[in-house]
Design a protein around this ligand. Structure first.
Ligand SMILES: C[S@@+](CC[C@H](N)C(=O)[O-])C[C@H]1O[C@@H](n2cnc3c(N)ncnc32)[C@H](O)[C@@H]1O
Length: 353
């Protein structure tokens, strides 16, 4: 996935090719200002105000208690970038905003946009981080309210990849038990259980996450097929030959190499013979020579982000497979996700002896 300026006309293409246009401004000024307009519009409920039909700027402002002039300007910016349409003097939702920007849409990212307001503040730390390289461990600093927004945000982030992972993961035949480490809202476990009717899942989560995570999970109506257990994957024993499958999605970027190796060893012990260990995450390059690979762009940005906000960063396929092999597992080919470009599912099987 390519971020930043993209040419729409031959002239724009030429200007970019000949380096005539200031790409750094498109990558910064336009990107961060528009990002904040979308987030503010979402938080103020401007999209929700259009759920039942078109409205004028004044009507939207009246219904959301916002300033009419400011609302009109924000709506025009959204219109200019394809987030709304305008007909018969009224702003309307289009396919894009109806799918992603209504809170009750199954594809909503409204809660993730809300959490991004917190992430926005964290990223202001990049300047200082470049000098001291010091990690600000987010999981230790969140308030209860921020934990709530974090868990809801992760839920929005997971809906599309969780469905794809459930379809493309290779679980042992007749798998009955799944451990989802750091599974939060449980959407990966839920989708895997829907795909494999005999499967029962346990989500291992930090205690602070569970109140909101359990509330989100309850909405899926999975009963006791998917349940939470409070713990710390780094500190706790995971059991012995208990699970047919173990998943860790979007968590290894919070752990350093030694922690990930020890975790792979504990997971191996917890797996039954023929059980599968599935790691899903955004993938980074192994060396700068690979930096132009399109499937590593997301991982490159997140590598910096997690080094700042957590204690580690993204990992390469090779690093993950090395931990899996060192723990005695047999890796299979990674599956690159279509719904989250730059992320892969890296599975490895525990041999039967
Ligand atoms: C980025 S979220 C990913 C959530 C989910 N797996 C997904 O992909 O949507 C990471 C989750 O791991 C949890 N977590 C962080 N450190 C953990 C640890 N040491 N043990 C268990 N869970 C942990 C966090 O509370 C958070 O919910």
């Amino acid at each position: 996935m390519r971020l930043g300026a993209h040419a729409e006309t031959v002239f724009e293409w030429l200007a970019l090719k000949l380096n005539l246009g200031p790409k750094p401004l498109a990558d910064t000024q336009a990107a961060f200002q528009f990002a904040r307009i979308i987030m503010a519009a979402s938080r103020a409920g401007l999209f929700e105000a259009l759920q039942h039909g078109g409205r004028t700027a004044q009507e939207i402002a009246d219904s959301r208690n916002t300033d009419p002039r400011a609302t009109g300007k924000a709506l025009d910016a959204l219109l200019a970038h394809g987030y709304l349409r305008y007909r018969n003097g009224r702003y309307e939702l289009n396919r894009l905003s109806r799918k992603w920007l209504l809170a009750d849409s199954p594809h909503t990212v409204v809660h993730k946009l809300d959490f991004q307001e917190i992430e926005w503040r964290w990223t202001e730390g990049f300047d200082q981080w470049l000098y001291d390289g010091a990690a600000r461990d987010m999981h230790r600093a969140l308030t209860p309210e921020e934990w709530r927004r974090y868990q809801w945000g992760m839920r929005d982030f997971s809906t599309a990849p969780a469905t794809e992972v459930a379809w493309r993961a290779r679980l042992p035949k007749a798998a009955r038990t799944l451990l989802d480490i750091g599974g939060s809202h449980g959407f990966y476990a839920v989708q895997l259980c829907r795909r494999h009717p005999g499967l029962q899942a346990t989500i291992l989560e930090l205690p602070e996450a569970i109140p909101t995570a359990a509330e989100i999970l309850a909405r899926e109506g999975m009963g006791d097929r998917v349940s939470h257990v409070a713990g710390d994957a780094l500190a706790d024993d995971l059991g012995h030959e208990t699970y047919d499958a173990v998943l860790i999605a979007n968590l290894i970027h919070h752990f350093n190499a030694e922690q990930n190796l020890r975790l792979a060893q504990k997971v191996t012990r917890a797996l039954k013979p023929s059980g599968v260990f599935m790691v899903m995450d955004a993938i980074r390059i192994t060396s700068p020579a690979e930096a132009n690979r399109p499937d590593r762009r997301l991982g490159a940005v997140l590598d910096v982000y997690f080094a700042l906000t957590s204690t580690s960063g993204t990992w390469s396929v090779e690093a993950v497979q090395n931990w899996q092999m060192a723990a005695g597992l047999r890796p299979s080919r990674p599956v690159w996700l279509k719904t989250m470009p730059g992320a892969a599912l890296i599975s490895a099987v525990r041999p039967t002896e």
